[in-house]
Design a protein around this ligand. Structure first.
Ligand code: PLP
Length: 397
């Protein structure tokens, strides 16, 4: 008898299941709106030109493959911290390279489990499907605050503030810095100011997840403004998980950072020493190649300029596809309001489609998305948007 005979088959990953169903479908009109990765208007994965050039520069240097320090490549982490925080507070920020955004959340979860008394973290309802699993596997309890309003397909600000205010003083609150996944609903800057005020009054800890800097507005500074405003006020403790998967298209290279903002540089040093103690037994030190690429893009003036242009280009294509989808639905005479398609921002749109409508889209129209009605706008192209609008119109009539 095997030692693992009692191990049961686990459920498949919801999003990967969609990709498989899409692959099996042989219809030429099929559309995959499940994938959380950018696609060009030809529906293809995109290697950024700035990234390809940076990789060439690095190859020409014939660098060795020695280990990085526990906290990773300093040229990359310091440039990444400036990208996130701007020019302020950098002498207070304890930063380490991470295995992309997921790895950063994992280090943050482990840090909070070790040093925070409450041991519960509160995430928006709904949130990225992996947040709960990551934090639970770190030994934290996971709670929820209200976020999305299905009536308006927008933000439930009153519910959010009420829930955050009702948490025990000093609670851990996870906030999406921009381009909320899965809803595409971000607070306005006035709403962010109210959220910040409540978090500060309640002495909560703000853990920002920034997986899409630049992807929401097309501007990396604008997308970091909520984070920067918290840090500038310096009243709430701040942690940050930063990913370069989407905004540099470095998905599989696993490039990110985790950082904590200390009260001063002495506290930063103490925090960083503890982060090292967490990382060392987890994976010892991070991979080098992707960090070299991102470090080169961020610090070479020409490549950085090129990259910022490419980020804007990706964000703009997504914004254009939102407008095209809404426009087509309105042109078809849909009686429903589709304003939320263009009000929402970033890679994802919470359409308000029901699970039954999503099932019909797959079985009758070869259009694949998650059953919560989330559409990855990156899967929409000028070539398929009309067919998509017709299909959505037919299942929502
Ligand atoms: N956080 C959010 C909200 C995300 O949507 C994602 C990716 O989809 C991540 C974190 C982590 O991604 P990665 O680990 O690829 O950086």
């Amino acid at each position: 008898l095997s030692a693992w005979a009692q191990v049961e088959m686990g459920p498949p990953d919801a999003i990967l299941g969609i990709t498989e169903a899409y692959k099996r479908d042989t219809d030429a009109r099929k559309i995959n709106l499940g994938v959380g990765a950018y696609r060009t208007d030809a529906g293809k994965p995109y290697v950024l030109k700035s990234v390809a050039q940076a990789e060439q520069n690095i190859l020409q240097q014939s660098l060795d493959k020695e280990y990085l320090p526990i906290t990773g490549l300093a040229k990359f982490t310091s440039a990444a911290a400036s990208l996130a925080y701007g020019t302020q507070a950098l002498d207070r920020v304890a930063v380490t390279q991470s295995i992309s955004g997921t790895g950063a959340l994992r280090i943050g979860g482990a840090f909070l489990e070790r040093f925070h008394a409450g041991k519960a973290i509160y995430v928006p309802g709904p949130t990225w499907g992996n947040h709960g699993a990551v934090f639970r596997d770190c030994g934290l309890k996971v709670g929820q605050y209200r976020y999305f309003d299905p009536q308006t397909n927008g933000l439930n600000l009153a519910g959010m503030l009420e829930d955050i205010r009702a948490l025990p003083k000093g609670s851990l609150v996870l906030l999406h810095a921009c381009a909320h996944n899965p809803t595409g609903v971000d607070p306005t800057s006035a709403q962010w100011a109210e959220i910040q005020k409540v978090v500060e009054e309640c002495e909560h800890v703000a853990f920002f997840d920034m997986a899409y800097q630049g992807f929401a507005s097309g501007n990396v500074d604008r997308d970091a403004s909520a984070l920067r405003s918290f840090v500038e006020a310096n009243r709430a403790p701040v942690l940050l998980a930063q990913s370069f998967a989407k905004n540099m298209g470095l998905y599989g290279e696993r490039v990110g950072t985790f950082s904590i903002v200390g009260a001063d540089s002495a506290e930063r040093d103490r925090l960083l020493s503890q982060v090292k103690i967490l990382v060392r037994p987890m994976y010892s030190n991070p991979p080098v190649h992707g960090a070299r690429i991102a470090g080169e893009v961020l610090t070479d003036a020409g490549l950085r300029e090129m990259w910022l242009g490419e980020v804007k280009e990706m964000a703009d294509r997504i914004i254009r596809m939102r407008a095209a989808l809404r426009g087509q639905l309105e042109e078809l005479g849909s009686k429903k309001s589709w304003n939320h398609i263009t009000d929402q921002i970033g890679m994802f749109c919470y359409t308000g489609l029901t699970p039954a409508q999503v099932d019909r889209l797959a079985s009758e129209f070869h259009v694949y998305l998650t059953r919560d009605g989330r559409v990855s706008i990156a899967g929409i192209t000028t070539g398929n948007v009309q067919y998509l609008a017709e299909s959505i119109h037919k299942v929502t009539k």
